[in-house]
Design a protein around this ligand. Structure first.
Ligand SMILES: Cc1cc2nc3c(=O)[nH]c(=O)nc-3n(C[C@H](O)[C@H](O)[C@H](O)COP(=O)(O)OP(=O)(O)OC[C@H]3O[C@@H](n4cnc5c(N)ncnc54)[C@H](O)[C@@H]3O)c2cc1C
Length: 433
């Protein structure tokens, strides 16, 4: 690396990280190293479609090296951030030490189990591609096991699915599993004689899609109920062990599958002092996304809490658009700072929010109005195609969608597992774990 170049280490290649790298481009003044635990970027809003075998995981993921092959100053480092040493401007990863001039933190959030150890141990989170594939395997294995365990008195546990969390992710996966059951399970699993998985959607709030409009909340409830989803509101999941989900009203649901979409918490940033963190363990930043008290450490996206934006005095919602806009602006501000130019404070442009409830049914809240139904669904499809990484992936996804929505049968229902562990018990642990 040429000594004259400043070394920017960016940790996390999600929405915030890749938009930072894109915005910086091949700027000769910098050498950029992107650190990530995976070698690919993926698109979380469509994880639920991977989990329900509707689209392939490769449709929504792209390797970093491919994405940035034209960026002359780009390097990728596969590794996990372990420690930030601000005294000597280094970070430790599980695969080596890196020195930085500027450090950009963009590691996002992890699943929050609110201190419930049994839920953490036994539930299925839905945060990334690995989680989605585990859910896909689990749903498919459950069907096979239900068919085989004719004499098991607890057989229903294989057909019951509990989804915890009535936000967009919980609503979307519930709707999609219901569609999968209706359109595919009925046709391809004759041994079930018309039985299909029973989906229970549970949330502690009084409505589904809490932050969205009343139109959206009502539509979600109506559509899901029509699809046969049993919705339980004002009730929280309290425990999950021995195949029993225990609810705060005392009710218990027998199930092999609790899908946990109930909350997130910022990932830990070891090495930064405790007073640098605010609500949800988010690191406190100023209006330029500089971590408070430092001049060469920045944080963007879900990981940071910025209360300087007039419209968002309690911090921004943890959404893709916030992360993308912060990543883009931070790169420009770093360049401006080094050129003694003026910096622009971050101000979030809220373009609205959307959720898909079922095939041809979605809800959309734009800043000035809300709409629902077929048009909202089509708008959702188009809007979600735009940020998908790589031109090829956009076409692959579009093709996959056209086929899957038209045929209602994607043909992706593969249980993929290691051949090495053929012992039945081990296989079960392996694919369910
Ligand atoms: C299932 C799901 C659905 C969602 N749907 C929507 C939606 O419809 N609309 C919307 O606006 N938002 C949605 N979100 C939220 C949105 O995905 C986040 O707001 C956004 O991803 C935040 O971007 P980020 O770059 O801050 O973090 P992320 O996108 O989470 O990226 C973090 C990156 O850091 C890497 N990383 C993590 N830990 C480490 C470590 N220790 N060392 C190195 N690398 C690490 C990860 O591999 C990842 O690449 C959804 C989230 C989920 C989970």
């Amino acid at each position: 690396m040429a000594n004259s170049k400043k070394h920017i280490v960016i940790v996390g290649g999600g929405f915030a990280g890749i938009n930072f790298v894109r915005s910086l481009g091949s700027n000769d003044a910098y050498q950029v190293t992107l650190v990530d635990i995976n070698n690919y970027n993926f698109f979380p809003p469509l994880i639920y479609q991977v989990a329900t075998a509707f689209i392939d995981s490769s449709n929504i993921s792209s390797p970093f090296r491919k994405m940035f092959k034209k960026h002359k100053n780009f390097a990728f480092h596969l590794g996990k951030l372990l420690q930030i040493n601000s005294d000597d401007n280094t970070i430790e990863t599980d695969t080596g030490l890196l020195h930085y001039d500027y450090l950009v933190l963009a590691v996002g959030t992890e699943t929050n189990y609110f201190g419930m150890d049994n839920v953490k141990k036994n539930a299925f989170p839905m945060k990334n591609i690995t989680d989605a594939l585990a859910i896909r395997n689990k749903i498919l294995v459950n069907l096979e096991e239900y068919i085989q365990r004719v004499d098991d008195p607890h057989r229903d546990a294989y057909l019951n699915i509990v989804v915890a969390g009535g936000g967009p992710s919980g609503v979307e996966i519930s709707g999609m599993i219901a569609e999968l059951s209706e359109r595919i399970v009925r046709k391809e699993y004759p041994e079930l004689a018309g039985l299909t998985p029973k989906i229970h959607l549970v949330d502690a709030a009084p409505v589904l899609l809490g932050p969205m409009s009343k139109v959206a909340q009502q539509e979600a409830k109506e559509v899901l109920e029509k699809l046969g989803v049993e919705i339980t509101l004002n009730v929280a999941v309290k425990d999950y062990q021995n195949d029993l989900v225990v609810l705060s009203d005392g009710k218990e649901i027998l199930t092999k599958t609790l899908i946990w979409t109930s909350g997130v918490i910022a990932r830990e940033l070891p090495g930064l002092p405790a007073e640098k963190f605010g609500r949800g363990r988010r690191v406190l930043v100023d209006q330029f996304n500089t971590v408070q008290g430092y001049n060469n450490i920045f944080a963007i996206g879900d990981i940071c809490l910025q209360t300087t934006d007039a419209g968002f005095p309690n911090g921004h919602p943890q959404l893709a658009q916030v992360a993308m806009q912060q990543g883009t602006l931070l790169a420009k501000n770093i360049v401006a700072k080094d050129r003694q130019g003026s910096l622009k404070p971050f101000s979030y442009w809220d373009k609205g929010s959307m959720a898909v409830i079922a095939r041809y049914k979605a809800v959309a809240d734009l800043p000035k109005f809300s709409f629902k139904g077929w048009f909202a669904w089509l708008t959702w499809l188009l809007i979600h195609l735009i940020p998908i990484a790589s031109f090829r992936n956009k076409w692959k996804l579009l093709g996959n969608w056209i086929w899957s929505f038209y045929s209602a049968n994607s043909g992706l229902r593969l249980i993929i597992r290691s051949e090495r562990k053929r012992d039945a018990k081990e296989v079960r642990t392996n694919i369910e774990g």
